[in-house]
Write a new protein. Structure first.
Length: 76
């Protein structure tokens, strides 16, 4: 499942400021105070597979890429 981005239609609405304001009012996403969509990867912005242990705030893919630089060792 993907999350939508309401900013895709801005190209067509830039010439019409009144309609742009109305579009933003009705189609912007709700501000969240909790839940999985609140936690995003600090590096790429993904919402799923989030690792917040030790204050990392990375998704699992970014963690695999940067784990050696952060000082983590792979055992096994």
């Amino acid at each position: 499942m993907t999350y939508s981005n309401h900013k895709k239609a801005f190209k067509q609405l830039k010439a019409k400021p009144v309609k742009l304001k109305k579009f933003i009012k009705h189609n912007s996403s709700k501000k969240r105070s909790c839940g999985f969509s609140q936690k995003r990867c600090g590096r790429c912005g993904r919402i799923r597979g989030h690792i917040s242990s030790y204050g990392l705030h990375l998704c699992r893919q970014c963690f695999r890429e940067t784990a050696a630089n952060l000082g983590f060792k792979k055992y096994g």
